[in-house]
Design a protein around this ligand. Sequence first.
Ligand SMILES: Nc1ncnc2c1ncn2[C@@H]1O[C@H](COP(=O)(O)OP(=O)(O)O)[C@@H](O)[C@H]1O
Ligand SMILES: [Mg+2]
Length: 388
Amino acid sequence: MITSIHYTDYRNLADCRVEFAPGVNVLWGMNAQGKSNILEGIYYFARGKSFRGAHDRELIRFGAPFARAELTCMRDGHEYPTTLEAYLPKTGKKRFTKNGVQLSSVVELMGHVRAVLFCPAHLSIVTGGPLERRTLMDVALSQLSPAYLNHLRRYAKLLTDRNALIKLASGGQSVTEAEWEVYAEQMSIHGARIAAYRQEYVSLMADAVNDYFSAMTGGREVPSVAYQSHAVGEEDEPCPLLTGTPGEEQPSIAGMEARLRERLTIHREREIAAGVTLFGTHKDDIRLMLNEKEARLYGSQGQQRSMVLAIKLAEGAIAARCAELHGGETPVYLLDDVFSELDGSRRAFLMEELGERQIIVTSCEPDVVAAKERVRFCQVENGGVKEN
Ligand SMILES: Nc1ncnc2c1ncn2[C@@H]1O[C@H](COP(=O)(O)OP(=O)(O)O)[C@@H](O)[C@H]1O
Ligand SMILES: [Mg+2]
């Protein structure tokens, strides 16, 4: 649970402290007052960067030398609060501390705060390209597994380097067989593990999305959610990396590794002609269908929104289940301007599903939630807040 956050020169929040209650917290006020900035700052601790795609320097208040945010949370099962601090200077390196002790990198920051974000831009999970859906998996899995984040970073570096090598080869320079081999081997090692995590994640997501849809539509609409990857074959069952015994190596990962390695070898001529790596987990996608039709192409906007809602609820449910199985934090829910887009019944469904969890909502109107008990209201005005 997040108890408070204090901003210094973070966007338009020059000196702003916000306190949060355990249940529903409503941040309300007119446009451009700083409501989304407050959520962005909280989510920064969960994701390690802005959810609006902003660079760190854009988070520093105009004209200020640095931005700082200090978040205090009560972690599950802990008696004392944890304080996390992010310090983003205009020049020089950003810095994170936990209870005053410096963390070595953003990777160490991850996992202390788990949050699920809902915002209108997430419609692109359904309507946008594969990158949107890979980002969804990456953001969620990075919060759940430091190992995943590590594989992801290693793979991204290898991919950049291999693409540079392909460019050289396309330009007529000779590349030795040994060099190609190193990339095929290393990328298949990390790629197979990325794929195994994603496969399990999407399989958990598929089950949850099915349940939410039958609850929302009484079974009238049938979704289908499927992971698509060069690494995974039809016969591959998901490995229980998230829900099984932690740290246990799964036998089927070897098969994924071999499959990726082959693809990174036999298509080389094609890749040299294209000038880029064509096969691997950087091409993964999630296929989203409704009533056996592609949701992106054939879904109505209402159906697409329901799909996003179900996927986001699934994200929270999976995080909560992982926390139950292996410890760690249950997520906090951050809802940026989403109520205006949902009809009454979906709004009620969402609030019902989130139940007793800590929720931080932004809205132009204060009266967004039906129940008034256990709700804390804060009005946001010109970068400041007052409780009311
Ligand atoms: N780096 C920055 N320094 C100062 N103000 C900023 C910065 N970045 C954004 N803003 C201001 O923040 C305001 C938008 O805040 P936001 O939280 O998105 O509003 P809303 O309350 O509508 O959610 C705008 O007035 C914008 O000019
Ligand atoms: Mg906003």
